[in-house]
Design a protein around this ligand. Structure first.
Ligand SMILES: [Zn+2]
Length: 299
């Protein structure tokens, strides 16, 4: 992802130079702002802004781009999960003493714990990649089964990655009680950790993504970040020199999946102030809708 961004920013290098004069002109009044910020102790960098156009002309084209963005993360997740289950199989074989030697090297009796630990690490890495893929390319909410399955895949894989081990360890006739107790506790804790890290606590839907892409707002984003910003002055952009600028759909195409929380709160405050100013004619909805068009710059 980072590599891709670097490449695309390198490709945009020529365009950047062409824009440089323009962006310098643009940031001229902001330089004054930076100076006043500097006097209050806050240091701000001068941004170099690259204009980015949205590539897609339709919902289908946009979804094709986001699917492409998500694909490497999906493949990475599946590879991690397959390896995780591979380590579970090794843990099962080692616990049951079906695998005692690797070549001439005798495997220590506790080695199944290490296998379970690797199982857990790969499971968690896979789940994080999967969640990232789901945010880049979310499932449609109207398809409830697919939405549930896609967003809870990490939890399902966690079950597959530990429950067979637990069942086989606890029903192993050759294992002593103490080994079974340790196996149950270790695998139980790992299962819990896998489930808790596999859940997506803030799932995104395809409908939300398309709605966000349809919002006609100029936003800023960095190559490395995962969110886009409504304002160049956002504190999260203070340490970034290179900024991209374009409509929200262009940011989503670049893999920025959401509006940054700081900017969101700021926008919400602005809307609240607007609502307060319009409090008097709250009865007339149609009048209100008309009033939304003309934003009072003083508000
Ligand atoms: Zn922001």
């Amino acid at each position: 992802m980072a590599e891709k961004s670097t490449k695309s920013s390198a490709a945009a290098e020529a365009a950047k130079k062409a824009q440089e004069a323009l962006s310098q002109k643009k940031s001229a009044p902001k330089t004054t702002k930076s100076d006043s910020a500097a006097s209050t102790g806050k240091k701000k960098v001068e941004h170099v802004i690259t204009e980015v156009d949205a590539k897609s002309g339709s919902k289908e084209e946009l979804l094709e781009i986001t699917r492409g963005n998500a694909l490497p993360f999906r493949i990475g997740a599946i590879v991690c999960w397959v390896l995780a289950i591979g380590f579970e199989v090794l843990a099962i074989l080692m616990f049951a003493k079906k695998l005692d030697f690797i070549g001439t090297w005798e495997i220590p009796g506790w080695f199944w714990i290490l296998m379970l630990a690797l199982d857990l690490v790969l499971l968690i890495v896979g789940s994080q990649l999967w969640k990232k893929a789901n945010h880049l390319d979310p499932a449609p909410k109207k398809n409830a089964v697919r939405f549930w399955l896609q967003n809870n895949m990490g939890v399902l894989v966690a079950a597959v990655a530990f429950i067979p081990f637990v069942i086989l360890a606890l029903t192993d006739k050759n294992a002593d009680k103490q080994s079974k107790t340790i196996a149950g506790i270790v695998a139980g804790v790992a299962l819990l950790a896998g489930v808790l890290t596999g859940i997506d606590y803030n799932p995104v839907s395809q409908e939300e993504l398309l709605e966000a892409a349809g919002v006609d707002r100029q936003v800023y984003w960095t190559d490395g970040g995962s969110a886009f910003h409504a304002s160049e002055d956002c504190s999260h952009l203070n340490n970034s020199v290179q900024l991209n600028h374009g409509i929200q759909a262009a940011a989503i195409e670049a893999g920025k999946t959401r509006l940054c929380k700081t900017c969101e709160n700021r926008l919400e405050k602005e809307v609240d102030v607007e609502d307060l100013n319009k409090g008097d004619n709250s009865g007339g909805n149609e009048q209100n809708d008309g009033g939304n068009e003309e934003l009072d710059p003083a508000a």
